[in-house]
Design a protein around this ligand. Structure first.
Ligand code: ARG
Length: 645
């Protein structure tokens, strides 16, 4: 008894609405104490807490009883079945400001209903202290996210675009969880192709040292021409091969030419990053070069490297082919660099999580590298740190279902693709007369936020492993679809009448969010819709003519109406959704949350009068909290919010 009272006291402190960590984490802490009190003999039983699938059962549930029962079956005289364990777990939850009531379902599931005033307090604290306080705690302090990573002088293609978008989102989420993130651009800036490129540069641009970076023009075309000459001209080929040796030997002139070529490529990459507002720190393959010999020596001293057809390789389980570490010509390759980069990142940079974002086509490469690292004893086989994760993604398809290509040319210039998204959004805004309403800068900024946001969201909302169809029409769609519900009886009501009726009650932002007994208005799951939904909340706040900072001075949030409570509960779940999204490395989880948030806000706004109601202050604060959480989602997804549309 004494023990549980003491625990209750400390819990009261640690579970107040202001505590850092997600609601689920806070609840799990309570449940941990209850489990300890229920079964002291089972130490370290991890609480299994999740949101209830069916809100009728409660807000959260604790699912430990069945597992515990199978452990103690036959040994315990106290608990005859899982349900009894569930009962005890529920009874032993320490007194707290958090839990309202519990109920036990079936084989011992403990359903938990949170105190509504605790949720209200949690939201209010967030408004005062900032959304940063909702960042969940992860078991990692420093991570590398290796993403984007295009290859010098080659095409930066839609695959790199996906890597850039997904990698940036994962890095953002880790940062929100208080992790120190190294955003690494592992550009392909090394390899034998440079011999040919440099020699071609010398031939075609004798005064290459003095010309501007723009003079060479399209590096991809340059690469193609160099390759053509390499294949046809024996003398050139020999010179190119010699050039590799000179470059790797550190010859100054060759180093300078290599740097020039890299700089030109970088100009193109940076145009993409600038548009997407993605920050990356380049540490390309060449960076790890000086460390390779030592890493290879270490692997050799562990007897991992064997000879195979003149190459030096590491054999890993499950693969016929070995991982090549030193090629027949004595050179190092992609895998050697990845082994070395791992060594550098874990030993020098002290990273604990290493996340690699590439298309699924590279899954085998990473699997082999990770297996080799395990053989070396550098990567533990269990979940201890360091931990590596390959974040694979599917192909980008065109509207025709084939691999994405533009109509005119073979390859898609990413800059052109992004510019098209912006132009299309701008045209739409002009159609709506925004060019007359807004300044030029505002129009540009909105077109960018909509266009680039649409491209990012269309990618992130899918499970990354699936191939996704790149379709401007779809991603920029702001049309409303109407689904009929119930029985359609009135012959007199034509579609035309219904739509006319709906448009009449559409709100000033120009979107219908109406739910009628006859039809449900559905918005496309696009960034455009979400940006509109956010701008609409902002317009409600503006129209109230109230100073939100003033309103925030008193804690007056009351989640009285059912749709207010549903919205409030969804808001406070933000932290754990980020936690799930980032631990499973699935940004679509966050997108689903944001899309439902917009829907729940619509329900609330349809059911609860805000401006000039008795509950105005509370409801305006709830509007503000929704806008804050939406903006936090946008930030993690890399989307720029818009405040008016
Ligand atoms: N440059 C590679 C490519 O374009 C991607 C690099 C991924 N990162 C890594 N550490 N291997 O396919």
């Amino acid at each position: 008894v004494t023990e549980s009272t003491a625990a209750a006291g400390s819990t009261e402190m640690s579970q107040n609405a202001e505590t850092i960590g997600s609601v689920r984490q806070q609840l799990a802490n309570l449940m941990r104490e209850s489990l300890r009190a229920t079964l002291p003999e089972l130490d370290e039983e991890e609480p299994i807490v999740s949101a209830c699938n069916n809100p009728k059962n409660g807000d959260y549930q604790c699912n430990n009883a069945m597992g515990i029962f199978s452990k103690i079956k036959g040994k315990s005289t106290v608990f005859k079945n899982p349900n009894a364990i569930g009962q005890a777990i529920a009874k032993n939850i320490p007194e707290s400001a958090m839990v309202e009531r519990t109920s036990i379902a079936g084989p011992g599931f403990v359903n938990i209903v949170l105190k509504t005033d605790w949720i209200e307090e949690k939201i209010y604290r967030m408004l005062v202290n900032g959304i940063g306080t909702w960042g969940p705690v992860l078991p990692v302090t420093k991570a590398v996210v290796d993403f984007s990573s295009p290859n010098i002088a080659k095409e930066m293609h839609v695959g790199h675009l996906r890597s850039t978008i997904i990698g940036d989102c994962i890095a953002n989420m880790l940062e929100f969880c208080h992790v120190d993130v190294l955003r690494r651009n592992h550009v392909g800036d090394w390899g034998t192709q440079f011999g040919m490129l440099i020699e071609y540069l010398f031939d075609e641009f004798p005064n290459w040292e003095d010309i501007g970076d723009q003079a060479i023009g399209d590096l991809q075309a340059f690469y193609k021409k160099a390759k053509g000459k390499f294949d046809e001209d024996k003398d050139f080929k020999a010179r190119a091969q010699q050039a590799v040796v000179s470059l790797q030997g550190g010859d100054e002139r060759y180093r300078a030419a290599w740097k020039k070529i890299c700089d030109i490529s970088r100009l193109e990459f940076d145009q993409v990053y600038k548009r997407l507002k993605v920050t990356l720190e380049e540490k390309g393959e060449s960076f790890y070069n000086p460390y390779i010999p030592d890493v290879v020596d270490q692997l050799r001293s562990k007897n991992l490297i064997v000879e195979s057809n003149g190459a030096q390789v590491i054999r890993v389980d499950g693969y016929e082919i070995p991982l090549i570490v030193i090629k027949t010509d004595g050179g190092f390759n992609y895998a050697t660099t990845d082994l070395t980069a791992f060594w550098y990142r874990t030993n020098v940079e002290k990273a604990e999580w290493l996340v690699y974002v590439t298309d699924v086509g590279q899954a085998q490469h990473f699997d082999m590298v990770f297996k080799a690292l395990k053989l070396a004893g550098w990567l533990p086989s269990d979940c201890r740190i360091p931990k590596t994760m390959h974040v694979g993604f599917g192909l980008v398809l065109g509207a025709d279902g084939k691999r994405f290509r533009t109509r005119s040319t073979e390859v898609v210039r990413l800059v052109d693709l992004l510019d098209e998204a912006k132009t299309r959004s701008k045209d739409e805004l002009i159609n709506r007369g925004k060019d007359k309403e807004w300044s030029k800068e505002e129009l540009e900024a909105a077109a960018e936020a909509l266009g680039y946001g649409a491209v990012k969201y269309a990618d992130l909302k899918n499970n990354r492993l699936t191939n996704y169809t790149f379709d401007f029409e779809q991603m920029l769609d702001i049309r409303v679809s109407i689904k009929l519900v119930g029985t359609w009886t009135s012959e007199a009501l034509s579609w035309d009448t219904i739509i006319r009726h709906m448009l009449r009650i559409a709100d000033p932002a120009g979107m219908c969010f109406m739910v009628s007994p006859l039809a449900i208005v559905q918005q496309g799951n696009t960034a455009v819709y979400l940006l509109y939904a956010h701008a609409r909340i902002c317009s409600i706040l503006r129209n109230s003519k109230k100073d939100i900072e003033e309103l925030k001075k008193a804690n007056s949030i009351a989640l009285a109406h059912p749709s207010e409570r549903v919205l409030g509960l969804h808001l406070v779940r933000f932290g754990e959704v980020v936690e799930d999204s980032v631990t499973n490395l699935l940004p679509n989880t966050l997108c689903e949350y944001l899309y439902s948030l917009a829907g729940l806000f619509t329900d609330f706004y349809t059911n609860c009068k805000v401006i000039d109601s008795n509950e105005e202050t509370s409801r305006l604060l709830l509007c503000e909290a929704t806008a804050v959480v939406m903006r936090a989602c946008f930030k993690l997804l890399g989307i720029t919010p818009l405040y008016r549309l």
